[in-house]
Write a protein that binds this ligand. Structure first.
Ligand code: BGC
Length: 572
């Protein structure tokens, strides 16, 4: 009887991975943008029940952990990144019951859940802000309020300084009731919290505690670089950036005072202490991942130092920023090394190929190279963060000005919206070739479905012999192997066009990834590079859809055929 109980608990522990303190270091994280995954009530907007229904699909992909973009109560001015109540679920997405069902389904599938948390600002409909506008204590100091600098020639109040919103225009908004300006680094409806008030920090720590107690596995922290502003409130210097298209765009200034202030790290550390306390009392490993700063050395500081752990890993956007532009093997090598060379010893590397704020991978690099990027990212050492739709190579969707929803696009105006709008990467998920790509049974969708859904959809790719979906599944499987989790990593430029790396662990199945950056086919011999003493016969684990060699084929590593912009993953 005792043995039976013990075995059951060991089995439960290993199913849920609670016995593995390192689970987060090599996990595959899958970002769900809730409005766009699956709509079950016909209103054209995705919901929690839809996510719950999609868990078996995510399980079949082989991902480990879901990062859920915000589902809290919100007026949706920034589609959930404007939170009106950190302790409730927005009715657009469902109810508490729906959330509990989702969490239980995730856990039963042996997956995990990270919540998106936005500590920099709230919605202007948050109770704290409403009371702050009225000057009610203790909320009066919860937000960043500043007096006017006077009245201009048109009779308007003059803002305290020249600071700009990340979504264009002044970062200050006047409120008659309070006779002061408040700061909003994002939309007007997203007032910035003021962490100079210790009460704000305590409130936010309680938010972390609440969700940990609900059973989530950690958080993705939104916009941490913006949490603190310099107390002198001086004008920021102009950036003189020739690529900045308008003087009211964020890029027009150098953000010396609104971003990356020293106090940011202290506040993040205060969040980490909550997670650590929780871990100490429960033994469960919880994780913080975060957006990055933009400056590599400042981003690295998010990891913490010898005495203080802060964020388990801040996002590595270098694959987005650099692989997209890489035209040769050295460009890809640089994109990979950039992070790994800068990362403090012993920390968790990670790779982000796309998200809800960046154009879709397949549109940035082309469909072929997109899956080659996945082969690279999935087999590199560290964590991997995927954005839903990458597994089927979803592309950006053309959105007209009239259809534009994203505040960043709307604020940019009809001439510039295409440059700034994030709508194209947020359109409904493409499940099959039925109406609205199987996203909804309703009669419209909040953003249009991409016209390519007849070809680019889950059902078609499941039925095909070779498809991006099938490659993705193989890659997620490879990540679970001992060599990819713990093996050595040897990255080499094979020639101007081809880059390759191995993941090797003695006694285990080893991996070799070979990627072609050229727009023509290439054949390479990697023996001199990797196997000078003993040439190897390897097996194709997965390969580009139009690769001349395919899964299960045996190849000599002296003759590896690569499709244009294609890649192969071999085992040996
Ligand atoms: C999120 C964006 C959001 C912004 C403001 C970000 O960095 O990823 O989607 O608009 O923070 O919350």
């Amino acid at each position: 009887m005792f043995l039976k109980l013990f075995l059951a608990s060991v089995l439960a522990a290993s199913v849920f991975g609670q016995d593995d303190p390192n689970w987060y270091k090599t996990a595959t994280y899958y970002q769900v943008y809730p409005r766009s995954l699956k709509d079950t009530n016909g209103d054209g907007i995705g919901d929690l029940k839809g996510i719950t229904q999609s868990i078996p699909f995510m399980k079949s992909l082989g991902v480990d952990c879901i990062w859920l973009s915000p589902i809290y109560k919100s007026p949706m001015k920034d589609f959930g990144y404007d939170i009106a109540d950190f302790y409730s679920i927005d009715p657009i997405f469902g109810t508490w019951e729906d959330f509990e069902e989702l969490l239980a389904t995730i856990k039963a599938a042996g997956l995990r859940l990270l919540m998106d948390l936005i500590p920099n600002h709230t919605s202007n409909e948050h109770e704290w802000f409403i009371k702050s506008v009225q000057g009610q204590q203790p909320y009066a100091d919860y937000y960043v309020w500043k007096p006017s600098k006077g009245i201009d020639a048109n009779g308007s109040q003059i803002p305290p300084n020249n600071w700009l919103s990340a979504f264009a225009g002044s970062a200050w908004e006047w409120r008659e009731e309070r006779q002061m300006f408040y700061l909003h680094q994002f939309t007007v409806e997203q007032p910035d919290l003021d962490y100079r008030s210790p009460l704000v920090l305590a409130e936010m720590q309680n938010v972390f505690r609440f969700w940990l107690q609900k059973g989530v596995d950690g958080f993705r922290i939104d916009a941490p670089a913006h949490i603190w502003e310099h107390e002198d409130f001086l004008d920021e210097p102009p950036s003189n950036d020739p690529n900045c298209p308008a003087p009211d765009q964020f890029c027009a200034l150098n953000h010396t005072y609104v971003k990356d202030q020293e106090q940011v790290y202290d506040i993040l550390y205060a969040f980490r202490t909550v997670v650590d306390e929780f871990e100490a009392s429960t033994g469960e490993i919880k994780v913080l991942m975060s957006e990055a700063s933009g400056e590599l050395d400042l981003t690295m500081r998010y990891y913490g130092n010898e005495t203080h752990n802060i964020i388990h890993f801040p996002f590595n956007f270098y694959l987005i920023w650099e692989i997209s532009n890489a035209t040769d093997a050295r460009g890809v090598e640089a994109a990979i090394r950039h992070w790994l060379d800068a990362m403090p010893v012993g920390r968790t590397a990670n790779y982000v190929l796309g998200n809800h704020d960046n154009g879709r991978l397949a549109s940035r690099v082309g469909a072929d190279f997109a899956m080659t990027n996945q082969m690279i990212a999935f087999l590199l050492p560290g964590a991997m963060i995927s954005y839903m739709g990458e597994e089927i190579n979803m592309e950006n969707t053309f959105i007209t000005w009239a259809q534009t929803q994203d505040p960043q696009g709307c604020n940019a105006g009809p001439d510039l919206y295409q440059r700034f709008s994030r709508d194209p990467q947020r359109t409904p998920f493409q499940w099959d070739d039925s109406n609205f790509a199987g996203f909804t049974n309703g009669s419209n969708t909040w953003l249009p479905v991409n016209e390519n859904y007849l070809q680019v959809n889950v059902a078609a790719q499941q039925a095909a012999l070779y498809s991006p979906l099938k490659i993705y599944q193989r890659l997620a499987e490879a990540r679970k192997s001992a060599a990819v989790k713990n093996g050595s990593f040897d990255l080499r430029v094979v020639n101007d066009d081809v880059i390759a790396f191995t993941r090797v662990l003695t006694g285990e199945i080893n991996f070799l990834v070979v990627a072609n950056t050229a727009y023509e086919a290439r054949t390479v011999n990697v023996d001199a590079t990797f196997f000078p003493l003993l040439p190897i016969k390897a097996t194709v684990f997965t390969a580009s859809v139009d690769s001349p060699i395919q899964q299960g084929d045996s190849v000599f590593t002296s003759v590896i055929d690569l499709a244009p912009r294609g890649g192969v993953v071999l085992t040996f």
